[in-house]
Design a protein around this ligand. Sequence first.
Ligand code: NAD
Length: 251
Amino acid sequence: MGRVSGKVALVTGAASGLGKADASALVREGASVVITDINEAAGRALEAELNAARAGSTLFLVHDVSSESRWQEVFAETRRRFGGLHVLVNNAGMVVIGTPESATLDQFHAHLRVMTDSVFLACKYGIPVMKESGGGSIINMCSTATHLGYPVFYAYSAAKGAVRSMTKAIAVHCQMNNYNVRCNSIHAGAIETPMVVKATAELGMSMSVYNTAVGLGKPEDVANLVVYLASDESRFVNATEIVIDNGLIAQ
Ligand SMILES: NC(=O)c1ccc[n+]([C@@H]2O[C@H](COP(=O)([O-])OP(=O)(O)OC[C@H]3O[C@@H](n4cnc5c(N)ncnc54)[C@H](O)[C@@H]3O)[C@@H](O)[C@H]2O)c1
């Protein structure tokens, strides 16, 4: 308990799946947490649940992560409510199935807007706030799609690949400027969330076929890693990519 006490965290895409588990774990471990999502009903429900667990711990904001002006408003609101920012979890994401031949250009750009533009904007406007707050940790949700060839997740792989590279540039930029802001990426294998359930249903595969030998992870498995990266326990972990896939890539 208390591994991130005194810290202010912002988690995008927090109304569902991994973001929801991340926000819950950060609140449990003592952080004040801003949760954002385009899904207002689920976001408000989680806000109520987390504030019931610890009064005043959580603020929900409606937020499309591809909107530049909304990012500026979200950071301003975060400062007003909690006084600064120490942990930024760029988690919001989407996937539409499409191969190098079947994916449309619109689908390709939609993935880049939601998962790459969002990280660009989050860091452009978030780094100054984190710097002023004394430093912190940026956590970018990537995927094993940056290491393996998933033809059906073509646009998704492009967006996550960009974030994998951006993570290192962000980390080195902050380090060279002595901001005390670290930046790392998490590369999850298949974790049981609504995104994966929907994708596997659309592909006509059962969960077990999706990832036979290694099985499916739980959102809490990723949330435990997020708490570690958010906390000072990981203060020497920077500019790196952490794979959490129960050995999938190694196979
Ligand atoms: N589940 C997995 O196996 C897995 C594996 C690797 C990486 N990831 C990544 O983890 C992150 C979370 O995925 P998940 O599995 O929890 O999916 P999910 O579908 O359960 O949750 C994604 C959330 O992002 C929100 N969102 C979508 N577009 C948005 C936008 N424009 N602005 C703000 N919010 C938006 C959705 O409303 C939803 O609440 C994603 O970046 C995903 O790519 C997931």
